[in-house]
Ligand binder design. Structure first.
Ligand SMILES: [Zn+2]
Length: 307
């Protein structure tokens, strides 16, 4: 069987440094997974080996130098030949490799990477008035969802507490604190109107199958033209909309998540440690609807379960 592989560019793998975990300083791109054209894929023949190179010194601060252990985790999305519909997603994890790093060389590599703002894909080109209005409309849903998700994760008596187990597979105090902390931070970020020059900006990445991205080193989220074609909001339990994407990007910035998998049908299969570090898990968890009645009273009091 010959498959074609969805090319994920710079974020084709997450490298995990063991010992003292280091924060990822690269860019998480959110890719579209439907309506892709052929250029987004790479055809791989049976037995073919694909090679890619990632400069770890550009996406982690290795300037302390010394010995580092690391391994690569990657998610592959596959379509069958002559199709652009993704039929299979699977995770791979490498063995652990130990490398001796020259701290000053690593620091120089990171400096060189500081020029990446010139890269058109991640350039802030400014939002139009319409785009900023759309981002602010998403922000208001984000605030409401964050409030409800915070309540649900914090309160074992909340009506939709079973959603914590469904999405994160872990109801321990430690897990709930991590989830609640993210939604509290997100609530406050989404409580303040977005303005030009702030954390959220618009980017011309229309040549790429990218919806939005999080620049973790700079604490900023960029939105591509495709983002503004998403629903302003929708009622589907497991369907993405603009507030969903916004919350997904914020989870990279505030909770240090990665993109292990997209979509409810995939994220529901993750282990608890994978789920707690997967961006889409937070965004989908928060997409339950506020309990009716209480919303009218100005209190988005938890989520209710979607069938
Ligand atoms: Zn992402």
């Amino acid at each position: 069987m010959v498959y074609s592989l969805l090319c994920t560019r710079e974020n084709s793998a997450d490298f995990v440094l063991s010992g003292s975990p280091l924060p990822f300083l690269g860019i998480h791109f959110m890719l579209i997974t439907e309506g892709l054209n052929e250029t987004a894929f790479r055809i791989i023949a049976a037995g073919e080996i694909l090679t890619t190179t990632v400069d770890l010194a550009q996406v982690y601060d290795l300037s302390a130098g010394g010995s580092f252990d690391f391994l690569a985790r990657a998610t592959f999305s596959l379509a069958e030949l002559d199709s652009t519909a993704i039929t299979k997603t699977f995770l791979v994890e490498s063995n652990t490799i130990t490398a001796i790093v020259d701290g000053s060389e690593a620091a120089a590599a990171q400096q060189a990477d500081a020029s990446r703002d010139m890269h058109s894909l991640i350039k802030d080109i400014g939002c139009s008035d319409d785009q900023m209005a759309m981002l602010n409309a998403a922000r208001e849903f984000c605030r409401e969802r964050a409030h409800a998700a915070y309540y649900t994760a914090s309160e074992p008596d909340s009506p939709a507490f079973s959603k914590v187990r469904e999405f994160f597979k872990d109801e321990s105090k430690m897990a709930r604190d991590k989830i609640a902390e993210f939604f509290a931070t997100t609530y406050w970020d989404c409580d303040t109107p977005f303005v030009e020059g702030g954390r959220h900006f618009c980017s011309d990445c229309s040549d790429y199958p990218v919806v939005a991205y999080a620049d973790t080193a700079r604490g900023r989220a960029g939105y591509c033209p495709i983002y503004f074609e998403f629903d302003a909001q929708n009622e589907g339990c497991h369907d993405a909309d603009r507030p969903h994407v916004l919350m997904h990007e914020l989870s990279h910035l505030f909770a240090g998540t990665t993109d292990t998998v997209y979509g409810y049908e995939n994220l529901i299969k993750l282990s608890s440690s994978q789920a707690l570090n997967n961006a889409d898990t937070y965004a989908h968890f928060a997409k339950g609807k506020s309990l009716d009645g209480r919303r009218e009273q100005g209190v988005a009091n938890g989520l209710y379960s979607c069938a």
